[in-house]
Design a protein around this ligand. Structure first.
Ligand code: SF4
Ligand code: SF4
Length: 324
């Protein structure tokens, strides 16, 4: 019997989650609760119904068809009674505009692998592949293992994008079927790590040693979040740990904070905790990359949304995408 799992999104033609052209699979469920999370829809492991205000034409087809009487259209928008909603998806089928959507669809590992193989020609021509991301792929460990095995059987390059918080056994089981590990080291101060991510640092470091022992090519990633991870000492500590303990690391990625997730938080009636934080400046990203290089890392790359400085183009607050 094949295992089923819950996926929130399959993103094709990604160029930021490993080498070549990739298809990134977002697994639902994550053991961390980072205060800056950009993928809030993936934290809860269960499927959830969401409503997109901008798509709604107010015809109430969803309200009429719901067998659980879980929906009410009010002047403030569609109210979902989550106690009643059984996430059956009937309203999604009835909605003419795609304004209601079940976030998180169930797939068998066999069906998911078949779906991913549709992009095989792109992987072959670009040295790309599939990246298992999330949420946290290891959170659905059996499902992730079957998907990784299925892809390897078809000769597809598999990358695992992980926060590093899972059991040692889960990691050891998965590593033989993974070609590249994208490993997050976010904060090296244990207290801050617990405060900002909700989980202890020591598991993440222990698992980083396991990844090193496996010898698998690894890219370390740090999200650069204002007042959380963006201090020089944090980047120095990460760089030193990598140099001292992780000889298999090929690249260090610094990923600049963005606020594009604000709309996603609104879907869940939540306010993005970092909504008032400014984007990180180009100078800060370049400086932090330089700090990592000074410590001895050779392949340091930064990317993401940044704020141009006045000095650079006199256009403060313009959001641009840059890859260093
Ligand atoms: S998913 Fe099913 S139960 Fe939930 S609101 Fe839609 S129709 Fe009703
Ligand atoms: S069916 Fe779709 S468009 Fe119509 S009220 Fe419901 S969510 Fe809005």
């Amino acid at each position: 019997m094949t295992t089923s799992g819950i996926i929130t999104n399959i993103q094709r033609c990604s160029t930021e989650d490993g080498p070549g052209i990739r298809t990134t699979v977002f697994f639902k469920g994550c053991p961390m609760s980072c205060s800056w999370c950009h993928n809030i829809e993936t934290i809860n492991p269960e499927s959830t119904l969401v409503w997109y205000k901008v798509k709604c034409i107010g015809d109430q087809a969803c309200v009429r068809i719901c067998p659980e009487d879980a929906l009410t259209l009010t002047p403030d928008g569609l109210k979902i009674d989550r106690e009643r909603c059984v996430v059956c998806g009937t309203c999604e089928e009835a909605c003419p505009t795609g304004a209601v959507k079940v976030m998180g669809k169930s797939w068998t590992s066999v069906d998911l692998v078949q779906e991913l193989l549709k992009d095989k020609v792109f992987f072959e021509t670009s040295n790309g592949g599939v990246t298992l991301s999330g949420g946290e792929a290891t959170f659905q460990s059996k499902f992730a293992l079957e998907v990784a095995k299925g892809l390897k059987d078809e000769g597809v390059h598999v990358a695992l994008d992980t926060c590093g918080y899972c059991s040692e056994k889960v990691l050891w089981d998965l590593l033989p079927y993974v070609d590249l590990i994208l490993y997050d080291l976010k904060i090296m101060d244990p207290q801050k790590h617990k405060e900002y991510t909700g989980v202890p640092l020591d598991t993440v470091l222990t698992n980083a040693h396991i990844v090193a022992e496996s010898g698998k090519p690894t890219w370390i990633r740090t999200p650069i979040i204002p007042e959380h991870t963006d201090d020089e000492e944090n980047i120095r500590a990460i760089a030193r740990f990598v140099l001292q303990h992780l000889p298999n690391v090929e690249r260090y990625d610094l990923l600049a904070f963005n606020r594009m997730c604000i709309d996603k938080y609104e879907l869940f009636d939540l306010e993005y905790p970092l909504k008032d934080y400014d984007l990180v400046s180009v100078e800060t990203m370049e400086n932090l990359a330089q700090v990592a290089r000074e410590e001895g890392l050779s392949n340091v790359v930064w990317s993401g949304m940044t704020k141009r400085s006045k000095k650079m183009n006199n256009m403060e607050n313009q959001e641009i995408e840059t890859c260093g």
